[in-house]
Design a protein around this ligand. Structure first.
Ligand code: ACO
Length: 194
């Protein structure tokens, strides 16, 4: 597996592959000043002869993951921690990472290049579009829809059947009890636009 991105999020992805005994063939970062991470060498894209292995974009920023995913012509892989619980009836897109302790329940569909972060809970019949990040300990109740590129902050709670638009930000600890339009940033309990 090749990792693209060598920041804090990449450390968690590296740990997942160690747990799974998956060999990391290369780690790439655009920042030439980043030369190693957790004892592994980091290269720039120019240093790599070919991207022949599966690749995951190990960068937390949703916009940056989208930009890189659209630029690269490679096969993308997933990173799924062995201690994540994913119901067999749910679906995950390529490039999506699922961290330790997270639970994805029945009939949920998660898009490409998403991050389902540590101990988050995504219940039945949710739909998450591409490039969504669900931060640690966030809870999505049943039937929640989340549009492309939206970031759900740590510990946020989304009550059942809520629709959240594209490229929204839900503040850490917010409680979302009504639909959120595209590009909105909401915080608090109940969550309100800022
Ligand atoms: C493994 C990992 O680390 S994954 C990463 C997880 N990251 C997160 O969960 C971060 C989520 N981010 C937040 O909650 C941020 O506070 C944001 C994005 C919602 C807002 O950030 P900014 O746009 O910089 O807003 P800013 O800090 O200026 O605050 C604006 C107002 O909203 C309030 N506010 C900001 N965040 C919150 C929040 N989470 N809950 C309640 N109120 C909030 C501020 O107090 C401020 O209020 P005021 O105008 O009355 O003083």
């Amino acid at each position: 597996m090749i990792l693209y991105g060598a920041s804090g999020h990449a450390k968690v992805i590296i740990d997942i592959y160690k747990q799974l005994n998956v060999t990391i063939s290369a780690i790439i970062d655009d920042n030439v000043k980043v030369t190693s991470i957790l004892g592994c060498a980091v290269h720039t894209l120019d240093d790599i002869d070919s991207l022949s292995d599966n690749l995951i974009i190990s960068i937390g920023n949703n916009n940056v993951r989208k930009e890189i995913a659209e630029r690269l012509n490679v096969e993308f892989g997933n990173a799924i921690h062995p201690k994540a619980i994913i119901d067999k009836t749910s679906q995950l897109g390529v490039g999506t990472a699922v961290m330790a302790g997270s639970v994805i329940n029945s009939s949920t569909v998660i898009g490409k290049h998403c991050i389902i972060n540590t101990s988050s809970s995504i219940d039945h019949d949710c739909i998450l579009e591409d490039y969504v990040h669900v931060s640690p300990n966030a809870t999505l109740c049943g039937g929640v829809n989340v549009g492309q590129g939206t970031h759900i902050g740590a510990g946020a709670v989304i009550i059942p059947n809520i629709k959240i638009g594209k490229w929204c930000v839900i503040g850490a600890g917010s409680v979302v009890i009504s639909d959120v339009l595209d590009n909105q940033k909401v915080v608090g309990n109940p969550a309100r636009k800022i």
